[in-house]
Design a protein around this ligand. Structure first.
Ligand code: ADP
Ligand code: MG
Length: 232
């Protein structure tokens, strides 16, 4: 049965209809994306309205751009002074996924002609100096595993008050795996540092019971998007 909190899909046929910042519309067209996938059609308008969003859609359905585009849009349209960072934090379960998300982000940003910076935290076992070097470029968007980001907070490489001032958007990607990979403790710590007005998007291919706990921990009155069709 349909979830009562689910919003009907908007009748959007093209990226132009999504009212993204023109730099981003240009970027997706340069990437050869002709039209948004179903999960993008549903998530992007909700995210641009400022809603917290929970999205379940199969692997390969385009969930990465479904959150990266609203994240970039929000930063591009924001009046917060540049250099306030990180404006968005994207948490994923593995180092490989950090790399994949950053690659997709860089592809979009290259096409946008903009100057936003996306960086990933160095892997576990790296020296604090390496993390300091990454943070030293003041990336607008930071991609990390919860373990690496929690370490960064515990080691005071990133001050809680700068996070409180800067963070506008938090993304939990592959949420089911974030929990099955044992990041619950790190996520609990990170949740205590997320500023109250921060918008949250949670994405997953499956929604097991423990994802509900994560939803309750960090999301406020989220809109749930569930996509089951082939297109994703
Ligand atoms: P998911 O996270 O849902 O598993 P991805 O975000 O990794 O899926 O997207 C899968 C592939 O689809 C990627 O190669 C991505 O570049 C591509 N893609 C995303 N959105 C579109 C689109 N609107 N049109 C065409 N290809 C797309
Ligand atoms: Mg994905």
């Amino acid at each position: 049965m349909a979830d009562p909190t689910e919003t009907a899909p908007s009748e959007v046929a093209s990226f132009e209809d999504l009212s993204l910042n023109p730099c981003l519309s240009r970027a997706v067209s340069k990437l050869g994306y002709e039209r948004p996938t179903s999960v993008q059609m549903q998530c992007i308008p909700l995210a641009l309205e400022g809603k917290d969003v929970v999205a379940r859609a199969r692997t390969g359905s385009g969930k990465t751009a479904a959150y990266l585009l609203p994240v970039f849009h929000k930063i591009l349209e924001s009046t917060v002074p540049r250099g306030t960072f990180p404006r968005a934090l994207i948490l994923v379960p593995t180092r490989e996924l950090c790399q994949q998300v950053r690659d997709e982000a860089v592809k979009i940003l290259n096409g946008s002609g903009g100057t936003l910076r996306v960086e990933q935290l160095p892997p576990t076992g790296s020296k604090p100096a390496e993390t300091r070097a990454v943070l030293g470029v003041r990336p607008d968007v930071l991609v990390a595993t919860p373990g690496r980001f929690a370490t960064c907070l515990k080691d005071k490489l990133l001050q809680p008050d700068s996070l409180q001032k800067a963070l506008q958007m938090l993304v939990l990607d592959e949420a089911d795996l974030l929990l099955s990979f044992g990041y619950e403790k790190d996520l609990n710590l990170i949740a205590t540092q997320v500023p109250p007005g921060c918008q949250v998007m949670l994405l997953s291919a499956t929604m097991p019971e423990n994802v509900e706990r994560l939803k309750q921990l960090v999301l406020h009155d989220p809109v749930v998007v569930e996509v089951d069709d082939e297109d994703g």
